[in-house]
Design a protein around this ligand. Structure first.
Ligand SMILES: *Cc1c(COP(=O)(O)O)cnc(C)c1O
Length: 354
């Protein structure tokens, strides 16, 4: 590929044995592209995976001018594919704009990531449900303790072979509806994948875990009356045959690519979809009158994650007898089928790495 230099490792690592888990193992190489004001992005290179050397006064370490993305590569028969990678680079540019980071050339960066996956192709696992998680990120690299947009950056991509999210089938998760802490407010950074959003979410997550809940469902940061999203997943409700999900106009919700794909599929199946404000009280009422049929989260890591229980204040809602719903299962089967080449791809979602 023009404009990309490749240096291969002389000491390839042992591939992991046994269950892979998530984000624990890393491949032999990484992609780095530098940015210098006046020069733009330059020196795209694939180099052996290893530690970064950073001055302790590097701005991103202090003020968090740091954004990331997450997508996956899969084996689809004898092909290697990625799922909608241009959507990730487009979203990275939305995050970049909010954090005063210069934009990337979406097409070049997708191609460079594809080259990295090619170099580490033998790390893409082949067991059912496994994949190669791709983590692109950008850090500011000016060495200066003033609070200001950096003049230099590094775009880096690392790769991690990951296991099946559901080793024992799609088992529903318990979710705690968060009424104390807030994740984001209008005008904030909720719609970006910036590091600070996740640092700020850890305390609520830890307290929910202590009570036996896997994740929190965030409500709006002002009134705590409207549903936003789960920690790293968007949320959808099936109420009386309709799919209801929060709309993105508040700017407090991360626009998931899985969410977008789910909504496109539902509309193509002529299932009614409502994107609008969703009061948590409406969910409780639907539960009480027996019309809350399914609740599920969606995101790259799990694709579809059925919710078996929601706890809001003192109210515990057990959904669909703690089993995955029919629509959740159909969405999971369809998306993973398209990703792995088992089903046709009428939407052009799959990007083949040639
Ligand atoms: C990444 C993420 C999602 C899911 O986005 P996908 O593109 O579907 O993986 C949802 N919410 C938050 C907060 C996220 O960070």
């Amino acid at each position: 590929m023009d404009g990309l230099q490749i240096t291969r490792t002389q000491t390839p690592k042992q591939k992991p044995q046994g269950p892979l888990g998530f984000g624990k193992h890393f491949t032999d190489h990484m992609l780095i592209i530098d940015y210098t004001e006046g020069r733009g992005w330059h020196d795209a290179r694939i180099v052996p995976y290893g530690p970064l050397s950073l001055d302790p006064a590097t701005t991103s370490l202090h003020y968090g001018q740091l954004i990331f993305e997450g997508l996956k590569a899969y084996r689809a028969g004898d092909k290697l594919v990625m799922f909608r990678p241009h959507e990730n680079m487009k979203r990275m540019n939305v995050s970049a704009d909010r954090l005063c980071i210069p934009p990337v050339d979406e097409d070049f960066f997708v191609k460079a990531i594809a080259e990295l996956v090619k170099v580490d192709a033998d790390w893409v696992p082949s067991e059912p449900g496994t994949s190669l998680y791709i983590r692109p990120f950008i850090i500011s690299t000016d060495v200066f303790l003033g609070v200001h947009p950096s003049h230099t950056y590094k775009f880096i991509t690392i790769l991690s072979p990951v296991g099946s999210y559901y080793e024992g089938g799609l088992s529903p998760v318990k979710i705690y509806v968060e009424s104390k802490y807030a994740r984001s407010v209008e005008g904030g950074t909720g719609y970006t994948k910036c590091a600070g959003n996740y640092a700020a979410s850890l305390k609520a997550q830890a307290e929910a875990n202590q009570q036996g809940y896997a994740q929190v469902l965030w409500l709006d940061g002002v009134s705590r009356q409207y549903v936003d999203e789960v920690g790293a997943m968007n949320i959808l409700f099936v109420i009386d045959g309709k799919v209801v999900t929060p709309d993105l106009s508040s700017g407090t919700i991360l626009p998931g690519i899985t969410r977008k794909s789910v909504l496109e599929l539902l509309r193509s199946w002529n299932i009614p979809v409502e994107e609008r404000k969703v009061p948590i009280q409406e969910i409780a009422d639907a539960y009480d009158n027996g019309t809350l049929q399914e609740v599920f989260g969606c995101g790259t890591a799990a694709v579809i994650s059925p919710v078996g229980e929601l706890k809001w204040g003192d109210k515990v809602m057990k959904i669909n007898d703690g089993k995955i719903g029919a629509l959740s299962q159909k969405l999971y089967d369809t998306i993973t089928g398209i990703q792995t080449g088992v089903l046709p791809d009428p939407y052009g979602w799959v990007y083949e790495i040639k």
